[in-house]
Write a protein that binds this ligand. Structure first.
Ligand code: NAP
Ligand code: ZN
Length: 330
């Protein structure tokens, strides 16, 4: 069933398990109102289209990310920056806003969404690995593009080699950057350099390694899901270098930013997912460069164990729920 003339109905095949889902279900932001259905890295098959729909037809593959609505009238919406709309409608809402129906996310079999908030998936990409592009992918692609880090030869640091981080390495390499992974232990060194193509690897707690790389990076994509010291990262930046914070742990807790390294003309910013136009651009870029996430595909009834493993950092690099097969069996 389609709810409106601009809506498409999508039978969900795969949904990624983002660390934000974990923050939300464990109420780590202190605002979750249950019941909640998580999931905002969705790919599936369009089964019905409303009468105004021109972007999709039945049988197409569509993707839905963290946003299913926005006001459509503010400057950000008009500029294609829907994720910065002051009235966003998230795919999985944690709490009921006045006048907005609570939304339920992609750990379910069907989603109905306005075509504007769905993207076309290029042919030939491995579908389970596409799902994480809808959140993790666009969240790292957007700052690489918008901070001017998408130029060959730029030196980009990627902090935290998880779902977002490993896609940041892939996108940065595809733009021709020199990439350094900054991780909390030695464990992922081989994977980062030999499988993901990172040019070098630093352990953030090893001050000798960190000092040797001081002042070399044009930008740092920080995807760490917990609060952590920022001075060692600011020291890695060149003059005019940019540190972009993407992690979303306890959001009310202030990050401590030491002033001295900032006086070296360094910038600290953040970024939230991406607008719909650039999400489609990211997906097309992924299609051209054959970029998908490294995934562990799981059935729905494994999801609680997957959440525990995600909390322990035990995933390479994204769990993706095989919603289609799991729910078809019941
Ligand atoms: P993830 O797969 O769990 O990866 C996070 C990585 O951070 C881990 O693999 C680990 O990498 C590192 N890490 C975790 N705890 C750490 C600690 N205490 N100290 C140092 N490093 C630590 O998570 P994800 O799905 O990529 O998401 C990452 C963060 O981004 C989450 O907070 C999520 O909510 C947020 N997020 C934000 C947006 C946005 O729009 N801004 C969108 C999606 C997700 P190493 O093993 O390499 O150290
Ligand atoms: Zn997410």
């Amino acid at each position: 069933m389609s709810n409106g003339e601009d809506d498409i109905t999508v039978k969900i095949h795969y949904c990624g398990v983002c660390h934000s889902d974990l923050h939300i279900i464990r109420d780590e932001h202190g605002i979750s109102q249950y019941p909640i259905i998580p999931g905002h890295e969705i790919v599936g098959v369009v089964t019905q289209v409303g009468t105004n729909v021109d972007k999709f037809k039945a049988g197409d593959i569509a993707g839905v990310g963290s946003l299913v609505g926005s006001c459509g009238a503010c400057d950000n919406c008009r500029d294609g920056l829907e994720s910065y709309c002051p009235s966003p409608l998230y795919t999985c809402t944690m709490l009921e806003f006045e006048g907005q129906a609570k939304q339920y996310g992609g750990y379910s079999d069907i989603i109905v969404v306005n075509q504007h908030f769905a993207v076309c998936i290029p042919d030939g990409l491995y579908l389970p690995g596409c799902a994480p592009l809808l959140c993790a992918g666009i969240t790292v692609y957007s700052p690489i593009r918008n901070l001017g880090l998408d130029q060959p030869g730029k030196h980009i640091g990627v902090v935290g080699l998880g779902g977002l981080g490993h896609l940041a390495v892939k996108f940065a390499k595809a733009f021709g950057a020199v990439v350094t992974v900054i991780s909390s232990s030695e464990h992922k060194r081989m994977e980062a350099t030999e499988q993901l193509g990172s040019d070098s690897f630093l352990v953030c707690h090893d001050s000798r390694q960190m000092q040797a790389a001081a002042g070399t990076m044009h930008g740092i994509i920080d995807t760490v899901s917990a609060h952590h010291p920022l001075k060692p990262l600011l020291d890695l930046l060149r003059t005019d270098g940019k540190l972009v914070m993407l992690g979303a742990p306890d959001l009310d807790k202030p990050a401590e930013i030491p002033l001295l390294p900032l006086l070296g003309r360094k910038y600290v910013t953040g970024s939230m997912a991406g607008g719909m136009k650039e999400t489609q651009e990211m997906m097309d870029f992924a299609g051209k460069h054959n970029i998908t996430a490294n995934v562990e595909v799981i059935p729905m009834d494994y999801v609680n164990r997957a959440m525990d493993r995600l909390a322990r950092g035990d995933v390479r690099y994204r769990f993706v729920i095989d919603i289609g097969s799991t729910l078809d069996q019941h």
